[in-house]
Design a binder for this molecule. Structure first.
Ligand code: B3K
Ligand code: ZN
Length: 930
């Protein structure tokens, strides 16, 4: 790590303002980070008893509480205990110290149970509640999925089970007893170890589970159902025997091997990388079909959305296999980063999520290809997180306020949070990062802590000051980095001048400079080879540091200049290698020739890809400008004519892509990503008043031009990477790379819309031997208008009508399609027997899929917006979290042309004004309008 030679300013302390919202008719309350106070009582032990029934379920909760209010001034009464609850649970009884309370001895509202006049010292509290899990369509708390009981408590679902101090800094040991009908629910699972089980009268049975590790209630879980199980044995490095079990519905037992293998790999990786071992004798995963998000890390009883567990070559794609590996790892890694060390309050969510995403990214990078994983993550960050951070929902990775915490499980908290963790890793190196992690666990194991505690552990373990890194936690927005350079031949000196600023965002008018580690290399002309020059950095005191061929500059002021000595000729700088900070970088004077040179020679694979992206981005923005100039029709032909008149795709760009495709040293996955154009979302960021369907036409023009001119290379790659007949499917980096480049080439070729290519795609759908190839070919056909599209879709549906996870893909492809006039087809799908609006995966595939179509969601007549507005309101009456994700499609409304702005805004206004709107949807819609 190196510091700037010329620091241009003092570092002041950060000031953050709260973001105030208008009142809602039913007055949702905002919570603020600054208001954190420890609870007046703590709970050390929780004993739960569930009598699970078809009509009602009875929950008896016995809590052991301690005062936490310290010594009270003379004459002050003891604080009341306010327990969180939810309006759909029925309070049956309350007893303190064995004495039943009368209704006049507590206060019950829709959201809380308040008890005053509590005894001095420790005491027992018993609360009995009655639930109807079968009616719980929110899928938070205790609910039923495919006839089985299951739970989801993070963030605030436990209050839907019983009245409780539902906050992560209340950590207790849990004993769970559950009883149910044995024939209907033969499997009874809880957290921790099974202590006892047996038969009861009337065909019922029971089990008692005990979790010795104190935990917050959001990690509580219970499952009761008819499930089949597959088991694997694992021995930890200190010799503990652990049984790993995956529970699924009977017919799916053949699809769990990949998840089990991924779990074994995750456990070994965490031991090898961080010295972290599993701490119980049992680790269970249960797959359920109805789940609001991907998966949940409940202590020793992870519950997963079935799409992230079940895989077979015939039903899952390479992407599914890769996600399963990543998410199984992610939830397992939470056992240390989240469960053993948890969050003090929900504002600290990134403490566990940013860190655990970073850990799962590293795991995937180690298991597969590091550069490929990095590029995939940056593509996602740019297309989703940068957009979120430039819009009305922009928030720091550690938010200052929220109405519904569930709205803050965002790409900012997760993905930008992971980028911030990566900053420590880049600055401190692997060894320094490990030292920081060790100190973090040494200090905080068994506690609920803050992001500041994590930063302090990293700084103290390495003896460095990380104050400017701390600002990434409090400031929203994507920092802009501007770099200019100058070379002085006589003194062989090269200077880089860096400037930074972060645009204002909601509640934050001015921002301070943040610590940006700039990882870089300098490429010498080197007879056209572009090798890295040795980096000799001059310090402020005149000293010189040798940084090798790749160095890291520590840039933490508004402006700084870094001086390199003994530079024999003017280099081409390769900046922000590996995307060493989540910023938008502009390199002054970076020419097309330099980008072509970097694309061909950079030793950093990320920056090779990045150079290609920068070339494509410039080109797309130029052609978009040409396509809009002078108004006129926006049909494909008119756009193509205007783009052609503006010069089309320059030869140099075509040749650069040709070189990439022909380079035999490059991995197929890398090639596939290198010829992928930047997403519409990324480009719209630079196109105020942008027209998404027009931008789509411009992108398609470029894809068609590339396909036409690179056709021999594309066809050769398809041929070279096709399977041999009878070749079995393997999920290996090499096999995935072959499928990735083959299917990318097919997608490019399909844009030519030639009958023989369409026929070839139809044949490929029929003859595919794995889902990756089948869905890739079908996806190409779905973009085309014509009879082949309908034939292929109908045949696919017939083939997979009994595979609900495959039907999600079928729904998703149709919903996302940019085939013109698709809105009416998607409306029809809502009524299709394959679609189930109460199932989150169905809504995500259909509605969120539709929201990703630049052509149909953004149809000029507003039909796409109206369809989505109706769907948000309909889904909100069933499931608030799912509806909140759907309404997020409207948050970018200010990016578009004035007609679209008005139509999107009108939908948001209609939604905010609707009766009975959930707080989840209200928060996102009202913040978007503000
Ligand atoms: N911790 C859960 C997410 C819970 C979301 C609550 N709305 C999954 C994960 O990040 O591992
Ligand atoms: Zn997580």
């Amino acid at each position: 790590m190196a510091t700037a030679a010329t620091e241009t300013e003092e570092i002041p302390e950060i000031q953050t303002e709260e973001h105030k919202l208008p009142p809602h008719p039913s007055a949702p309350q905002q919570k603020f980070r600054k208001d954190y106070a420890p609870p007046p009582y703590t709970i050390s032990a929780v004993h739960l008893d569930f009598k699970l029934g078809e009509d009602t379920t009875l929950v008896t909760s016995r809590l052991h509480l301690q005062p936490n209010y310290g010594s009270l001034p003379e004459g002050t009464s003891r604080p009341a205990l306010q327990l969180d609850g939810r309006k759909d649970i029925v309070l049956v009884s309350v007893a303190v110290g064995g004495q039943q309370l009368g209704q006049d001895q507590y206060l019950l509202t829709e959201k809380a149970l308040t008890i005053a006049n509590l005894p001095e010292g420790e005491f027992e509290l018993e609360v009995v509640t009655q639930l109807r899990p079968q009616d719980n369509s929110l899928l938070e708390g205790l609910y039923k999925s495919s006839g089985n009981f299951c739970t989801q408590c993070e963030a605030e679902g436990f209050r839907g089970i019983t009245y409780f101090l539902d906050r992560p800094d209340v950590m207790a040991t849990y004993t769970t007893r559950m009883e149910a009908d044995e024939a209907a629910y033969p499997v009874l699972l809880g957290n921790g170890n099974l202590k006892e089980s047996g038969k009861l009268e009337g065909g019922r049975h029971y089990a008692v589970w005990e979790d010795p590790y104190p935990k917050p209630c959001y990690l509580f879980a219970l499952v009761a159902g008819k499930l089949a199980m597959k088991e694997r044995a694992f021995t930890t490095r200190s010799g503990r025997q652990v049984a790993l079990r995956i529970f699924v519905q009977e017919g799916n037992l053949g699809k769990v091997d990949h998840a089990l293998d991924s779990l074994v790999r995750s456990m070994r990786w965490d031991e090898d990388t961080f010295g972290l071992e599993y701490d119980l004798d049992l680790f269970n995963i249960v797959a359920v079909d109805d789940f609001n998000m991907g998966a949940m890390e409940n202590k020793s009883l992870n519950i997963f959305n079935s799409r992230l567990v079940l895989a077979s070559p015939q039903t899952a794609t390479d992407l599914d296999y890769s996600r399963i590996e990543g998410v199984v790892g992610h939830e397992y890694f939470h056992n240390w980063t989240g469960n053993r060390v948890t969050c003090r309050d929900w504002f600290q969510l990134t403490l566990k999520e940013g860190l655990t995403v970073f850990r799962d990214q590293e795991f995937t990078a180690d298991m597969n290809s590091r550069p490929v994983k990095r590029i995939e993550d940056v593509m996602m960050l740019r297309s989703s997180q940068f957009t979120e951070d430039a819009g009305p929902m922009s928030h720091p990775i550690r938010p200052e306020s929220y109405i519904k915490m569930d709205n803050f499980y965002t790409v900012t908290v997760y993905e930008k949070g992971a980028e911030v963790v990566r900053l420590y890793d880049t600055l401190l190196g692997k060894e320094g990062f490990r030292k920081g992690m060790d100190l973090y666990f040494q200090r905080h194991d068994g506690h609920a802590v803050t992001c500041d505690d994590f930063l302090a552990a990293m700084a103290d373990a390495n003896g460095v000051n990380l104050d400017t890194l701390g600002r990434w936690y409090s400031q929203s927005g994507t920092p802009h980095l501007h770099v200019s350079s100058s070379y002085d031949a006589p003194s062989r000196t090269y200077r880089l001048t860096c400037k930074q600023h972060t645009p204002p965002g909601p509640g934050q008018d001015s921002k301070l400079p943040v610590l940006i580690p700039i990882k870089l290399g300098l490429l010498g002309p080197d007879g056209g080879l572009g090798s890295d020059m040795p980096l000799r950095l001059q310090g402020a005191d005149g000293s010189v540091t040798d940084l090798g061929s790749t160095g890291v500059l520590r840039f933490e002021t508004t402006e700084a200049t870094f001086t390199f000595l003994d530079v024999p000729s003017e280099p081409v700088p390769s900046l922000l290698r590996g995307f060493s900070a989540p910023v938008k970088m502009e390199v002054e004077g970076q020419s097309e020739a330099q980008l072509l040179f970097l694309l061909a020679h950079d030793s950093d694979p990320f920056n090779r890809w990045e150079a290609g992206q920068r070339l494509s981005r410039k080109l797309l923005l130029q052609l978009y400008a040409a396509a809009t100039a002078g108004g006129g029709a926006h049909n494909a032909q008119a756009v193509a004519d205007r783009c052609t008149a503006a010069g089309g795709v320059p030869d140099a760009v075509v040749e650069a892509f040709r070189a990439v495709l022909e380079d035999e040293t490059l991995d197929g996955s890398f090639k596939a990503m290198a010829v992928c154009l930047p997403t519409g979302n990324e480009l719209l960021d630079s196109l105020p008043g942008g027209d998404p369907p027009l931008l789509h036409q411009v992108r398609m023009f470029v894809v068609r031009q590339l396909a036409a001119r690179l056709r021999p290379q594309l066809e050769a790659l398809v041929k070279a990477n096709d399977d041999e007949p009878g070749e079995p499917y393997h999920f290996t980096a090499a096999a995935c790379a072959r499928r990735a480049i083959k299917n990318r080439c097919l997608a490019m070729l399909s844009s030519l819309e030639e009958p023989e290519i369409t026929a070839m795609l139809l044949r490929r759908v029929k003859e595919a031997t794995n889902m990756t190839d089948e869905i890739a070919a079908l996806g190409c056909l779905v973009e085309l208008a014509g009879p082949e599209r309908d034939t292929a879709l109908a045949a696919f549906y017939d083939k997979y009508r009994s595979e609900p996870l495959v039907l999600l893909k079928w729904l998703g492809l149709q919903a996302t399609s940019n085939a013109p006039g698709n809105v009416s087809l998607v409306k029809g799908l809502v009524e299709h027997p394959a679609f189930n609006i109460t199932n989150p995966n169905n809504c995500y595939s259909l509605f969120l899929g539709f929201g990703r179509s630049p052509v149909n969601f953004h149809a000029a007549d507003g039909s796409g917006y109206e369809f989505m507005g109706d769907a948000v309101l309909r889904v909100d009456s069933i499931n608030h979290q799912v509806a909140a994700r759907m309404v997020s499609c409207f948050t970018t409304w200010r990016q578009y042309d004035s007609e679209r702005q008005a139509m999107m805004r009108a939908q948001l206004e209609r939604i905010v004004a609707a009766n009975g709107l959930s707080e989840n949807v209200f928060e996102i819609a009202s913040k978007s309008l503000k």
